[in-house]
Structure formats: C-alpha cells, structure tokens
Design a protein around this ligand. Structure first.
Ligand SMILES: *[C@@H]1O[C@H](CO)[C@@H](O)[C@H](O)[C@H]1NC(C)=O
Length: 266
C-alpha cells in the first residue's frame, strides 16, 4: 500500500538528498525503493518521489478502516493517536518522537497505559478499565501481562525496553525484576543515541538501520568498497564490506573523499 503525494524537498544548503526517509520526514509521504543519491544546489527544488507519485489523490480514497496499514503508514497518513490492533492496554501515539532530526517510525510510537488502565478509543486516552470497551482487543487483567511490568525472565543487567523499542530507553533487570528504567546518553557529537536490541547497547544513529529510525548507510546491495557519505559531507566516506556497514571514516583535515580514486584527496 503506497500512497504518496508528489513531494518536493527544498534544499536549505547544498546537500545530497534522495533517501526515502527524507520524503517521509519532510512531507510524510512514503517512498518505496531507495532513490539514487542526487546532489542539488542550494535553494533548488528536488522532486524525490517521482517513481511513486502516479496516484496523487489516493489519500482520500483509502478506506477508513486503516487496519491493513502499518502503524507507520497510519501515522504518516493520519497522525494522532490510535489503538493497537490486538491489545487493549497499548496504543500508538504518532507525536512521540525521540530523534527530531529523523523521521518517526512506528516502534517509537507504541505507548502502554499504566496498569490497570486501558486505552479508551473514544477519548483516545488511557482510562480506568471500567470505562473502556476493548471490543476485539485483548484485555489483560494481570499486571504481569503488561509489557512494562516485565515479570518474565531477563538476564541481569541492561536489557531492551519492553515497550520502547529502538528508542533511547532501556531497562536494568536484576533477578527477574526491573530495577531501573534509563536512557542512553548523547554521543560524543551531542547526538541522540538509541538502544540497539541486538547489540544490547546504546549506539549512535549511524549504527541504527533506517527501518528503525536511524541513519545507517545501506550496504546490503553494494560491493565491498568505499562510498560517498549519504548526507553529502565530502570530508568522510562510508566503508561497506560483505554487504555490511563497517563505519564512516573521516578524511584528514582539508581533504575530501574522491569516489573514483577511492581515497581522500586534498
Ligand atoms: C502523545 O504524545 C504527545 C507528545 O509526546 C503528548 O503530548 C500527548 O499527550 C500524547 N498523547 C497521549 C494520548 O498520550
């Protein structure tokens, strides 16, 4: 399900655009395939979503039942607050955003009401359970069934947050109890770090996949080598190997990366 209006991006500086998330960020439209990187001069208009814009107006024809859409798509179309499809105590809040510089993405929007409250679809708020009609959504009556209470078995130490996946938040467990909820510090450049559930640690946004709200360069389809920085920063380059992102390497002061020579030149 793709429904995009024709988005345009006005470059505020000479930058490279062309990633689908820039479309989403600026216009809340959805672009499918990764677009090629295009450098545009300052002040020009770059139409980033041509490939997916042949259905303009589809926004009004989408059925009112958004059940077939992902939370991310629903947030992009409608915004606001809407219930979780199957669990009565959780909902999505499209306004929740931990990383203002990058697009919102759905895991960040999941919010759980405090036990024993449930999400009231009429008031669009957490409410006393007696006021809430869950309908087909499952109504958990036991506090341990709430994600936040995490009575399950988790190893001691820091663990992924049970509700706020791919967010700055994590929890500290001790003997199957949650003893602390904490958040990642900013990185050495003052930028938001997110908790990576597989690495089980806080990492900078360039180590977080784009699908989860990060800015990790995509190396999956690239042959081993060095590539231009996605954001048009000439003083650094991206190292891809074995289809994986290895890191971003900075050139010496005064040098710029030359993609043809595959080295930094002055
Ligand atoms: C949704 O998130 C916004 C921003 O954090 C907050 O102001 C608002 O109260 C939230 N709505 C609900 C229903 O939690």
């Amino acid at each position: 399900m793709r429904s995009s209006e024709r988005p345009t991006v006005r470059a505020t500086s000479s930058v490279c655009l062309g990633r689908p998330w820039i479309c989403r960020l600026v216009l809340l439209a959805l672009c499918s395939a990764p677009a090629p990187i295009v450098c545009v001069p300052k002040g020009s208009i770059y139409d980033d979503c041509k490939k997916t814009t042949d259905r303009s107006g589809s926004k009004t024809t989408v059925s009112p039942d958004r059940g077939h859409l992902s939370p991310e798509e629903r947030c992009n179309l409608d915004g606001g607050v809407f219930p979780h499809p199957t669990e009565c105590q959780v909902f999505y809040n499209c306004s929740v955003r931990y990383t203002p510089e990058i697009p919102r993405f759905f895991e960040q929007h999941l919010v759980e009401c405090p036990y024993p409250q449930l999400f009231n679809t009429e008031t669009k708020q957490c409410d006393h359970f007696e006021n809430v009609k869950c309908g087909t959504r499952t109504e958990f009556k036991n506090g341990c069934q709430y994600k936040s209470n995490m009575c399950g078995s988790k190893r001691d130490g820091i663990n992924v947050h049970p509700v706020k996946l791919w967010s700055p938040f994590y929890v500290v467990c001790y003997k199957e109890r949650t003893v602390k909820e904490d958040r990642c510090q900013v990185d050495e450049n003052g930028r938001t770090q997110l908790f990576h559930p597989e690495k089980n640690e806080c990492v900078s946004l360039d180590m977080i996949p784009r699908a989860h709200g990060g800015i990790m360069p995509e190396c999956g389809t690239k042959v081993d080598g060095f590539y231009l920085d996605d954001f048009g920063r000439c003083d650094r380059y991206v190292h891809c190997q074995g289809g994986k992102y290895i890191g971003t390497i900075k050139c010496a002061v005064g040098e710029a990366f030359d993609v043809h020579k595959q080295i930094c030149v002055s």
